[in-house]
Write a protein that binds this ligand. Structure first.
Ligand code: CO
Ligand code: CO
Ligand code: CO
Length: 311
């Protein structure tokens, strides 16, 4: 049902009238020092692509690359324990996995979920007039860079890890309960990169209201100092041709719209007549960090206009 022809968060394969498989894989190098926390973040990130499709995770397989000789097996055990605990929190099970020796540690999971074939949420269904809702604040790429530079206070690091380790399960539950037009999760391409993909696949144009976009604590300060990951520049270069800044917007805020996220929130396109219901359901599910950040303005080729406020 969803495959290589139109890039989406996960593949979807119908196996019956009432059932389709959702399959995805994701792994990366450590973003935090604590191995248990790294495992949790990597698992939340891998599970997220199932949630973004409206699916429910069922099983997962560990993918491990690890320098056993230099780091020791205890560190690896902690990473995998973090991952398995997060998968259990999602109501799924880890069935096994595969590991290789590698000089740089890498961890992630291949996740299989299920979804009703009629309830698949793709990134290509956004409609003119839809509101755009983002469920987590932006800035994890900037904070990862600040952490590496030794500039994060322990309390900033705590928020940083917490937001990345938070499952998109509750947001997805609200979304599938209400029924929405489209969804994707914000990861490596940043808010504008993933919105661009959604808008392009949906054949619509969109606008973003930067005053409504939620940012993590201190990320504006760090971005103003030029503490940005390399990925932000790469995203900027790829997406800039499709983005227009309608007004004077501080450079740091622009940069954050391109900041690559690890285990970012869901970006949901919801019809106007379901917006209130979705907001109510997100609050019911405890997703207090969501914001209405923009709107689909009409049919088009995936152009994005960034304004300070909604008109
Ligand atoms: Co994704
Ligand atoms: Co992915
Ligand atoms: Co094997």
């Amino acid at each position: 049902m969803v495959g290589c022809a139109l890039p989406d968060d996960a593949g979807v394969f119908r196996i019956g009238e009432e059932l389709a498989l959702v399959q995805t894989v994701d792994f990366f190098t450590p973003v935090v020092d604590d191995p248990y926390q790294f495992g949790q973040v990597a698992a939340a990130n891998a599970l997220s692509d199932v949630y973004a499709m409206g699916g429910k995770p069922l099983t997962a397989l560990n993918i491990v690359a690890f320098p056993t000789c230099t780091l020791g097996i205890e560190v690896l055990r902690e990473i995998v324990r973090g991952g398995c605990d997060k998968v259990a929190e999602a109501g799924a099970v880890v069935l096994g996995g595969h590991s290789i020796e590698d000089s740089e540690p890498k961890y992630g999971l291949a996740v299989t979920g299920i979804v009703h074939p009629d309830k698949v949420v793709t990134n290509s269904g956004a409609q003119p007039g839809d509101y755009l809702i983002l469920t987590k604040p932006l800035g994890t790429g900037v904070l990862a860079t600040a952490l590496k530079a030794g500039m994060l206070e322990p309390e900033d690091e705590k928020v940083f890890v917490e937001v990345m380790a938070t499952l998109n399960a509750a947001a997805a539950k609200a979304m599938t309960h209400i029924g929405v037009s489209a969804c994707t999760d914000i990861t490596g391409f940043g808010l504008l990169g993933h919105l661009r993909e959604m808008a392009c696949n949906s054949k619509v144009d969109a606008e973003v209201w930067v005053s409504q976009v939620p940012f993590l604590p201190r990320v504006l300060e760090f971005a103003s100092m030029g503490i940005l990951p390399g990925g932000a520049y790469a995203n900027k270069e790829h997406v800039t041709p499709f983005v227009e800044f309608a007004e004077e917007i501080p450079e740091a805020e622009k940069d954050l719209l391109y900041d690559p996220q690890t285990s970012g929130g869901l970006l949901i396109a919801v019809p106007e007549d379901r917006k209130e219901a979705l907001e109510g359901e997100l609050r019911n599910q405890g997703v207090a960090s969501y914001r209405v950040i923009g709107r689909v303005v009409g049919e088009g080729k995936g152009k994005i206009v960034v304004r300070r406020e909604s008109k």
